[in-house]
Write a protein that binds this ligand. Structure first.
Ligand SMILES: Cc1ncc(COP(=O)(O)O)c(C=O)c1O
Length: 451
């Protein structure tokens, strides 16, 4: 039974606790993350008893929630500089709450007409932004699934019979070795195997070199994949030059814009995506730079029919008659959350302009880090950042050990990656609260720890 009074009280507690949590995170006076071992944490939160005995009340829920939040990772914290996961804005959080209550899995229209319609309109807006006015799209649970879906559409174009007959042995995908791992995973999932992923020539930073694209005569190329921007470095491939080559050679051009497509909303940064309109497919994650919670990723194709061709299935309880408004024919998922609502509410609250200003400010702050670090001896910065991702080294020592020390007391949370075989520290500026003072404190701390 749904007890309305208990729900109202518990929802109120949730809002109070989350508001306090976000405010505390924004001030940055608490650790950005904690790494209590799972057994100890389970005891501290009383999980075992709650699972077996139940009986949670609004009061005990408050205690649990407070402990749960305190032991997690704070993405609103200025020192959160790690993964490309959105610092959620509250309109999107409201959408998650609404979804949790109404649960309209709208992959078939009749299971949620309003949620499905919101998704259609969000997609229409995204399609216009990427330059596919006659295109089609679908929202899916994450960029990895979005890449898989786009490549499935590319496979259907290259080998329409593959769905029934399987994949011919000579089909290849061209991609930079630094492409997100979901691309090579998709190759294996699609039945091509790793051997079908042909590495493209790149510069020393992993950007595809358009002057050294391969001779493809005699080869069956399913797609070429470019990054906008690359996960490791945050650098954009030259989409125009690569796109023109793909047009000339009749190759499906897929752009992985999971992280960087949101720069389309910033007048000062949209040029980084010049040539995007030449693509056959693009993916764009809202749960990275459009500030929704995980997950909400768009698969966008230039020709609507290409997405419809990606999947063919028989299930008489779902697929029959005119599927006109049913997104289920375009996704791996059968049941799907109301992903469009969270993108929509962020747009409805902030507008394109507000989200564009957010993207621009995070890209600018990352650039500022680069400027500040360059002025200090001991820091090496292999490239000028184009997005909100920056790689760097301090000294010649073990960079992973520096990261470990920064994280051990929850002062800063950052990641690391290899560039040309050398491990670098890596920051991604996601949180709106990260400012010059945060960056200066990080640089000071790295010097102090290594001194
Ligand atoms: C360029 C790129 N593509 C795809 C993905 C995968 O997205 P997801 O984590 O939503 O599956 C990422 C994740 O960081 C990414 O950076």
């Amino acid at each position: 039974m749904w007890n309305v009074e208990e729900f109202t009280e518990s929802a109120g507690i949730t809002v109070e606790e989350l508001s306090a949590y976000v405010a505390e995170s924004l001030r940055g006076e608490v650790p950005v993350l904690r790494r209590t071992p799972p057994r100890e944490l389970a005891d501290r939160l009383g999980l075992r008893d709650l699972i077996v005995k139940g009986g949670m009340t609004p009061e005990s829920y408050r205690v649990f929630l407070r402990g749960f939040l305190a032991e997690g990772t704070r993405l609103h914290h200025p020192a959160f500089l790690a993964h490309q996961t959105a610092t959620p804005d509250f309109p999107a959080a409201l959408a998650d709450f609404v979804h949790g209550v109404i649960n309209n899995p709208m992959n078939i229209y009749e299971m949620g007409a309003s949620a499905a319609t919101v998704e259609f309109e969000v997609l229409r807006w995204m399609l216009e932004k990427v330059g596919f006015p006659a295109g089609g799209g679908v929202l899916t649970h994450g960029g990895s699934l979005a890449n898989l879906t786009a490549l499935l559409a590319a496979r259907a174009r290259a080998v329409p019979e593959a769905w029934d007959e399987g994949v011919p042995g000579d089909l290849v995908i061209l991609a930079s070795p630094s492409a997100h791992y979901s691309i090579s995973r998709a190759a294996s999932i699609l039945g091509l195997g790793q051997r079908a992923v042909v590495p493209l020539e790149t510069d020393e930073l992993g950007r595809i070199d358009p002057s050294r694209l391969p001779d493809i005569s005699g080869r069956r190329v399913m797609a070429l994949v470019a990054a906008a921007c690359a996960t490791g470095t945050g650098l954009y491939d030259d989409l125009r030059a690569i796109g023109e080559w793909c047009r000339e050679h009749g190759v499906w051009f897929h752009v992985d814009g999971a992280h960087g497509a949101s720069a389309l909303l910033s007048d000062r940064h949209a040029h980084l995506l010049d040539g995007l309109g030449l693509a056959d497919s693009v993916i764009w994650d809202a749960h990275k730079m459009l500030r929704t919670s995980a997950l909400a990723a768009a698969v966008l194709v230039r020709r609507e029919g290409d997405l419809d061709a990606a999947f063919k299935q028989e299930a008489s309880y779902l697929f029959y008659g005119d599927q006109g408004f049913d997104q289920i024919v375009r996704t791996v998922e059968c049941t799907k959350a109301e992903l469009g609502l969270k993108v929509f509410l962020n747009l409805a609250w902030r507008g394109e302009r507000g989200l564009g200003e957010y993207v621009a400010s995070r890209y600018d702050t990352a650039h500022r880090f680069w400027e500040l670090a360059r002025e200090r001896p001991g820091f090496t910065l292999p490239y000028e950042p184009e997005s909100n991702i920056v790689c760097f080294r301090y000294g010649d020592g073990d960079q992973a050990a520096i990261r470990e020390r920064l994280m051990s007391d929850g002062t800063f949370y950052l990641t690391s990656t290899e560039l040309a075989g050398v491990r670098h520290l890596r920051i991604t500026v996601m949180a709106p609260a990260t400012d010059d003072a945060t960056l200066t404190a990080l640089l000071d701390e790295i010097e102090a720890l290594s001194g």
